[in-house]
Design a protein around this ligand. Structure first.
Ligand code: NDP
Length: 445
C-alpha cells in the first residue's frame, strides 16, 4: 500500500462516521499523487498524516430560550484546521445538518482554498446544528449571543477570524459581533462580513457570487467563449446564488432557475433578481412565491425533477454539498452544458465530477471558484488592520484580479504536473504545495 492509500485508510479507520470529510480528503490526496512522487521530502516529513488532522477542535453546548421561555440546546463547533500560512479563517454554518464531519470537511477544504487566494489565511470552519429558519429575530439574537459566549474564548483578530456561511448572514454576524465586543471590550476585526457602518468591507456581500462568475468568465475566455448570451442554470437562492445571478446578468448571460430546500423555479425569460432579493432578503420567505408573482415562471417541489434537467450552457450549483449527482451530470451533458462552476462547497458528487471530466466539460471546482468570499474577507481584515476603507470599485478590482490569479495558478499547476486542463487537480496541487512547504519550513508543527 502506498503512502496516499495508507493515509486514506487511516482517515477511514479513525473518522469512519464522517463521510463528507473522507470524501474531501480522498479528492485532495488523489490529485496530489504526482506531487508526492516528485517531492519525496513531503513523504519523509509525513506531511499527509499531519495535514489531515486538525490542529484543534472545539465542540460546545449552546443553550438558548425561545420567545415563550422554552429552553433548547444546540451543539456548536469550531475546527481550527491549519494555521501554517496565517490566522485561521473560515465561515460559520447554522443548519440542522451540521455535525463534526461536515465542519471538518469544510475546514479541510478551506485550508487549500485560502492558500489559493495568495492571502495569509489558515483554514478553519465552525457552526451549529441550529436552524435560523422560522425563528424570530430575538430568538436568533439569543442563540447567536449564547454561541459567541463560548466561541469568543477561542478566536481573535490575529488567531481566528470567522465569517458567514449557510444560515449565517449579516443579521447573525451583527448579533455575534455585538456579543464579542461586549464580552471582550475590544473593537477589532474578529469577524468578517460585518455591516458597512462598523468595519465591514464593500463587495464582501457580493464577493462569492461575483468571484464565481469572474472565474467562470476567465475559464470560458481561455476556451474562446464568454458568458454573454449564455443560459445559466443555478441552484440555491442564498448569498452565493443571488450575487452570482447579479454578475451573470451584468455580463450579458441569462439565469433561468434558482432553488431553496423546498423546491425550484424556472423562469425562461430570466430570473427577476429584485423580486428574489425581496423574497429572500426582506420577506425571508420561500422561493415558491416567485412563481405565483411572475407570469410564465414555474415552480417544482423538491423530491422530483431538479434544476439540472433544464437545458443550459453553464451550470452553477450554489446550494450545498453533494447536490449534483451522476444522473444530474449525465442529463446536463445530454442537454449540451459546456461549463460548470461550483459556488457551493463540494456540490458535485465524485461520480458527477468524473462524468464531467470524462466528457471534457470545463469545470471550475469549488476550492477555486468560490474563493472570492474568503478572499474579500481577507481584504476586510486588511482594511480593519489599516483602519481604512476601499471604494467598491477598488475592492471589486482586487477581487477580480485575485480570481484571475487563482485561475492562472490552477491552470499552471495542472500543466506542471501532467494533468493539463484539470482545474480540480490544479487547485489541489497549488493549494497543497503552499501549505505543505510552510509546514515543512516551520518544523514539526
Ligand atoms: P445561504 O444560507 O445564504 O443560502 C443557502 C441556499 O442553499 C439557500 O437557498 C438554501 O435553501 C439552500 N440550501 C441549503 N442547504 C440545503 C439543502 N440541504 N438542500 C437544499 N437546499 C439547501 O448560504 P450561502 O449562499 O452563503 O452558501 C451556499 C453554499 O456556498 C454553501 O455550500 C457554502 O458553504 C458555500 N460558500 C459560501 C460562501 C459565502 O461567502 N457565503 C463562501 C464560499 C462558499 P433554504 O433557504 O431553504 O435552506
Amino acid at each position: 500500500m502506498n503512502y496516499i492509500e495508507q493515509t486514506c485508510k487511516s482517515v477511514e479507520r479513525r473518522d469512519g462516521c464522517e463521510p463528507e470529510f473522507i470524501q474531501a480528503v480522498k479528492e485532495v490526496l488523489d490529485s496530489i499523487r504526482p506531487v508526492m512522487e516528485r517531492n519525496k521530502h513531503y513523504v519523509e516529513a509525513n506531511i499527509l498524516d499531519r495535514i489531515v488532522e486538525p490542529e484543534r477542535v472545539f465542540m460546545f453546548r449552546v443553550p438558548w430560550q425561545d420567545d415563550n421561555g422554552k429552553i433548547y440546546v444546540n451543539r456548536g463547533f469550531r475546527v481550527q484546521f491549519n494555521s501554517a500560512i496565517g490566522p485561521y479563517k473560515g465561515g460559520l454554518r447554522f443548519h440542522p445538518s451540521v455535525n463534526l464531519g461536515i465542519i471538518k470537511f469544510l475546514g479541510f477544504e478551506q485550508i487549500f482554498k485560502n492558500a489559493l487566494t495568495t492571502l495569509a489565511m489558515g483554514g478553519a470552519k465552525g457552526g451549529a446544528d441550529f436552524d435560523p429558519k422560522g425563528k424570530s429575530d430575538n430568538e436568533v439574537m439569543r442563540f447567536c449571543q449564547s454561541f459567541m459566549t463560548e466561541l469568543q474564548r477561542h478566536i481573535g483578530a490575529d488567531t481566528d477570524v470567522p465569517a458567514g456561511d449557510i444560515g449565517v448572514g449579516a443579521r447573525e454576524i451583527g448579533f455575534m459581533y455585538g456579543q464579542y465586543r461586549r464580552l471582550r471590550n475590544e473593537v477589532t476585526g474578529v469577524l468578517t462580513g460585518k455591516g458597512l457602518g462598523w468595519g465591514g468591507s464593500l463587495v464582501r456581500t457580493q464577493a462569492t457570487g461575483y468571484g464565481l462568475t469572474y472565474i467562470v468568465e476567465e475559464m470560458l475566455r481561455d476556451a474562446g467563449s464568454s458568458i454573454e448570451g449564455q443560459t445559466v442554470v443555478m441552484s440555491g437562492s442564498g448569498n452565493v446564488a443571488i450575487y452570482a445571478v447579479e454578475k451573470v446578468h451584468q455580463l450579458g448571460g441569462k439565469v433561468v432557475t434558482m432553488s431553496d430546500s423546498n423546491g425550484w423555479i424556472h423562469d425562461p425569460d430570466g430570473i427577476k433578481l429584485d423580486l428574489i432579493k425581496d423574497i429572500k432578503e426582506t420577506r425571508r420567505s420561500r422561493i415558491k412565491e416567485y412563481a405565483s408573482e411572475v407570469k410564465g415562471a414555474a415552480y417544482t417541489e423538491a423530491g422530483g425533477d431538479t434544476v439540472w434537467t433544464v437545458p443550459c450552457d453553464i451550470a452553477m450549483p450554489n446550494a450545498t454539498q453533494n447536490e449534483l449527482n451522476g444522473d444530474d451530470a449525465r442529463i446536463l451533458i445530454k442537454n449540451g452544458v459546456k461549463a460548470v462552476g461550483e459556488g457551493a462547497n463540494m456540490p458535485s458528487t465524485p461520480e458527477a465530477v468524473q462524468i464531467f471530466q470524462n466528457a471534457k466539460i470545463l469545470f471550475a471546482p469549488a476550492k477555486a471558484a468560490n474563493a472570492g468570499g474568503v478572499a474579500t474577507s481577507g481584504l476586510e481584515m486588511s482594511q480593519n488592520s489599516m483602519r481604512t476603507r476601499w471604494s467598491f470599485e477598488e475592492t471589486d478590482t482586487k477581487l477580480r484580479a485575485i480570481m484571475q490569479g487563482i485561475y492562472k495558478q490552477c491552470k499552471q499547476s495542472a500543466e506542471e504536473y501532467g494533468c493539463s486542463g484539470n482545474l480540480i487537480a490544479g487547485a489541489n496541487i497549488a493549494g497543497f504545495i503552499k501549505v505543505a512547504d510552510a509546514m515543512v519550513a516551520q518544523g514539526l508543527v
